[in-house]
Design a protein around this ligand. Structure first.
Ligand code: G4P
Length: 530
């Protein structure tokens, strides 16, 4: 195996998805501890007052105590090089999260054992399912009273339409939580939380038939339940099938407790064994092999002003093939230009490290003087690759944004355009009107506040926002579309996005139906390939 192949094959790049509060940050922190990437528990966490998440970048994040932007963390464990794409937990920041999922090869879904599937998990799962990437489920907080594990896996199967394979099985929960039974290794990982907060996980080899030993370990009632559960599982559940895991139709399920560090290491080990190496990617009709093709990458995220002192803008790229070296010349496909990527960096959240080399699977951030767009491809000179574009997800909230001081028109337009280029918001205008009035669409309403805050602090522009009564956006798929040809209704509006694509806003799903009924030839698309 060549060194290149070895380096690529030891990489794993995943995103963690969950509903806020399920324990994503806690689990990430434990992963990093295993990798020795952070020394102290609590360093990732930024929820409350003084402790700031290492992934908190912007001022507003600190003020609100939430993580607005996704960060990328890299660490080494068991000879694997792991890239975690941390995604914002707050439900209002889903657009960024969606795009981050485009850069991941697999996802870890954290579920709160007492709550089961929650709305945000549902939304994020949909995006993963769209890409058929493997999903690993960690049912967290088993040290608290949890739902029946059978109910939980049934929920996953019926709601998500995927198979489940519990790799381990919980023995009780809450005060009666005794640990998990590892189905393939056939041992119990016993849970002892007497150390308050730091659990002791003791591996005990047992035969389920060894009644006396089991009774002594977990008590008669739980022993009986475990034996019954395992019999039921072995008889009725899916067989383990790695191909199904890899095409996203079977999710391995693990039970544990991130806070007490119980079940995290076995989860990580199993994950590394079962998860795919950097995936081949589609570029039109070609599938790009990560090892056999020279360097190529696509931009999945752009973030301006990460460091206020530098007024910089960083384009995050997912390397899809080959090796990147610091001084190399690359070809920016969309601009048809050869260039050097300046200041290539890898992120340990807000700590940046300039790197000399990186491989397929890795994420690099490069200084962007305003030339990159989300979805752009860069590759080694001589290659002709254009990665499939990243879909734009549909905003659900819309407003008209007007600057207070008309003299600040230029800064205003620059600000909204740059923030839109980052993909945090979408901006639209009246057809053929130029940027007279700026309509803004966002996935979550908090994004409006982020926009106002950033316009003020970074561009020195104050704005007035008028909410609009629309809830849905559809892009128009007809070629040579003429806005005047549509038979409209009063609760819909035709606009253009800043690339000139036509779209319509609708007040309700009934409006969409009404317009569609009246305009049979109109093609309405839920999301737009850029
Ligand atoms: P998130 O990133 O998904 O939003 O969740 P986060 O890790 O911040 O966890 C949310 C809350 O759940 C935190 O409590 C955290 O300590 C707790 N938690 C995480 N994993 C477990 C677990 O396995 N068992 C139990 N019992 N609790 C868990 P908090 O009170 O909001 O914050 P803090 O005061 O503990 O920092």
């Amino acid at each position: 195996m060549s060194n290149l192949e070895h380096e690529i094959n030891r990489r794993r790049t995943f995103a963690i998805i969950s509903h806020p509060d399920a324990g994503k940050t806690t689990l990430t922190e434990k992963f990093l501890l295993y990798g020795g990437a952070i020394q102290m528990a609590g360093a990732v966490k930024g929820k409350k007052n003084s402790r700031h998440a290492v992934s908190d970048w912007m001022e507003i994040e600190k003020q609100r105590g939430i993580s607005v932007t996704s960060s990328v963390l890299q660490f080494e464990y068991n000879n694997c090089c792991i890239n975690i794409l941390d995604t914002p937990g707050h439900q209002d920041f889903s657009e960024d999260t969606y795009r981050t999922l485009m850069a991941a090869d697999s996802a870890i879904m954290v579920i709160d054992g007492s709550r089961g599937i929650e709305p945000q998990t549902r939304k994020l799962f949909k995006v993963c399912a769209m890409r058929h990437i493997p999903i690993f489920t960690f049912v967290n907080k088993m040290d608290r009273e949890a739902k029946s594990p059978f109910d939980l896996i049934e929920e996953l199967e019926t709601e998500f339409g995927i198979g489940t394979y519990p790799v381990n099985w919980p023995i009780g929960s809450g005060d009666r939580f005794k640990g998990v039974y590892d189905r393939s290794e056939k041992h119990i990982l016993a849970f002892d939380n007497s150390g308050r907060g730091r659990s002791i996980a003791e591996k005990v080899e047992v035969e389920l038939e060894d009644t006396a030993a089991l009774d002594a370990l977990i008590g008669e009632e739980l022993r009986q339940q475990l034996v019954d559960d395992i019999e039921l599982l072995d008889g009725a559940s899916y067989e383990f099938d790695l191909d199904m895991v890899h095409n996203g139709s079977l999710t391995p399920v693990f039970f544990g407790s991130a806070l007490t560090n119980f079940g995290v290491e076995p989860f990580l080990k199993n994950y590394l064994e079962m998860s795919p190496t950097p995936l081949a990617r589609k570029a039109g009709d070609t599938i790009i092999d990560p090892v056999k093709t020279d360097f190529s990458a696509f931009v999945f995220k752009i973030q301006a002003n990460m460091n206020k002192a530098h007024r910089d803008r960083i384009a995050f790229m997912r390397i899809c093939s080959g090796k990147f070296e610091k001084e190399m010349n690359v070809y920016h496909v969309q601009r048809d230009k050869s260039m050097k990527l300046s200041q290539p960096q890898q992120m340990m959240a807000s700590d940046r490290e300039v790197i000399d080399e990186a491989y397929a699977g890795d994420i690099i951030g490069v200084f962007d003087p305003g030339i990159f767009n989300i979805g752009d491809t860069v590759c080694a000179n001589g290659l002709q690759i254009k990665y499939d574009s990243i879909p734009t997800f549909a905003p659900e909230h819309f407003a008209l944004v007007i600057q207070k001081d008309t003299l600040k028109r230029k800064q205003f337009v620059k600000g909204v355009t740059q923030i839109a280029q980052e993909g945090a918001i979408q901006i639209y205008q009246e057809p053929f009107s130029g940027v007279e009035k700026v309509y803004v669409g966002v996935v979550g309403v908090l994004q409006f506040e982020v926009l106002e805050h950033r316009l003020k602090s970074e561009y020195n522009v104050e704005v007035i926002r008028e909410s609009l009564p629309y809830q849905f956006v559809r892009w128009i798929g007809n070629e040579n579309f003429d806005p005047k040809s549509v038979r409209m209704s009063s609760d819909a509006k035709i606009l253009q996005d800043f690339k000139g694509n036509f779209l319509m806003l609708f007040a309700s799903s009934w409006t969409i139906k009404g317009i569609q009924d009246r305009n049979k030839d109109l093609i309405l698309l839920e999301y737009k390939e850029n």
